[in-house]
Design a protein around this ligand. Sequence first.
Ligand code: CA
Length: 682
Amino acid sequence: FKIIIVYLQDQNCINIPVHPLMTKKTLLALLAFAIMNTSNAMAQEMTWSPTATRFSLWSPSADSVKVNIYAEGLGGNPLQTIILRKETTAEKWVGTLQGDYKGRFYTFQVKHKGTWLAENPGIDAKAVGVNGQRGAIIDMRETDPEGWAADRSPAFTGQKDAVIYEMHHRDFSIDPQSGIKNKGKFIALTEHGTHNADGLATGIDHLKELGITHVHLLPSYDYGSIDETTGNAYGGGGRVASTYNWGYDPVNYNTPEGSYSTDAYKPETRIREFKQMVMALHKAGIRVIMDVVYNHVFDLQRSSFERMAPGYFFRYNADGTPGHASGCGNETASETEKVREYMVESVAYWMREYHVDGFRFDLMGIHDIETMNLIRQRVLSIDPNAVIYGEGWAASSPLLPAEQLAMKANTARLGGIAAFGDEMRDGLRGGWSNNDEGAFIIGNGGNEESVKFGIVGAIAHPGVDFTKVNYSKEPWAAQPQEMISYVSCHDDMCLADRIKHTLTHKDGKADKQTRMRLQKLTETAVLTSQGVPFIWCGDEIMRDKKGVHNSFSSPDSINQIPWAQKTEYKEVFDYIARLVSMRKSHPAFRMGDADMVRRNLKFLPVKQQNVIAWKIDGREAGDTWSEIIIILNSNSKAVKQAVPKGRYNVVCSNGKADMNGLGEVNSSKVVVPGQTALIMYR
Ligand code: CA
């Protein structure tokens, strides 16, 4: 026997055992295979080849480690068990099975302080059986759909140019009116030509019509709250069993969720179908962002992390109880070497294996700044135009000093990772914790500066009075594309519910025409912000959740996008789609440079509350529109607004938007009807 040692640039190395009778062809195949797998060699717990399957587990405190091999992903007894041996130079346990083990399943088991801990698939399982309880030995290349090698992300120039659409697989396709066959599945997004009863496009064709650049998928890694054998939710506790969950309960981070596949028992299926979905979106010109939830696991005691190295992966209080910053009973310790390495490798894996184009970090404020910066560097080294953002907060105080955390206030230290802008969100619709509280959009004066904070993208700007901003009294973004501009997402009431609820609370009524006007006005603020606009799925057709504030496990009747509403609210959809198109056609709306925004975006003096007016000189951004005027009026009555005297082309007025022009204004004063926006340019 001889050993070839292959050293690679990123400091990993692998050993290839070479038999004297091995042909050159086999040797080259092994070498190619090894190189393909080695960039993730540090974390790779199972490596299959046609001649051998190798296991490797990091477990510094183990007395002993074994691997159990099964015929099935669930049930049955082990076909065989192997004891791993400890590598002398590392805290790793390794072992190799000779022969072809493709199609088998495996679990690791660690003996800790004299006791065998429960079986688990490891933390790095790339393929799993039903419910993610066992790892699966498969040939990843066999999961590639036809044409996968040629799959390319659509051309994209950078974070400032993104228009993001957040969606849940089930919300998007489960309505019988969706016309989609594979309802609630990854491959729902591969179906073209689907429509509602009136022939209006649904599904992926709808996304193309809307014109968004990125789809942000709610958790799509393997999560724990849905029983993949039945499709029902776990832990009903006497409640009506729902088949629904958002999925913020991670089990296996590096494999797709089984309930979104057409066969959760076949490990290859969920992987192949995820790739089919990505490929279909890419072909439609849409990039893919994954919602990643590394801040906590579904169940600490039952997690592979805890069963591999008890006490290592999580933060603990002085009394030994786990931290609770996620609001879910545990918080991971991103500052430790192995969690940090795990997160960096995991996002890189989704990019390489699944061609994912960006990430949204759940409760990013729990993670430390250093880790987030390493992630950013790694992600951008794979794709310089990847989009990265997160929630710059936590559910409660993390067990790490505030100055080390990737909180919103520290955004400028994250080198370009964006945070959600709750100042603008709540300045528009009211605070998240009080459904009755209205703000700018229902004409409650005093919220103008919070909205303006979002219009400039959370950067320092002389036109914003920061003392009057609802939350941050100072800018927190260095560049405008470091702020996600939004008013509604999966959390809290969606926009249509919030408008209806707050209007009714204030006026005792909320008629349909008013609600439509306000929906359009609100999305105008989001889509003309210098931050990165973000739309919750269905807001463009005024989807509601029947007033439910937290619908994480509500039934489909609450969460589904009712596609009949595309007909009912066609004018809202057209308006929003045209604003998306206007934004994409005009760089003045997305300058991507704080100094350029400060030089070219000026707020105009206004005479009354609930009016925000600004002008943008688009020339420095390379725009053909040299002077753009934008006015938002949330008063129920029309206002007269002074503007620099001149002849303007109107492109958005009185609830209509059209880049080709809606007429001319030649004056130093314009009238903006109640609850509408005006956009015009010279
Ligand atoms: Ca699952």
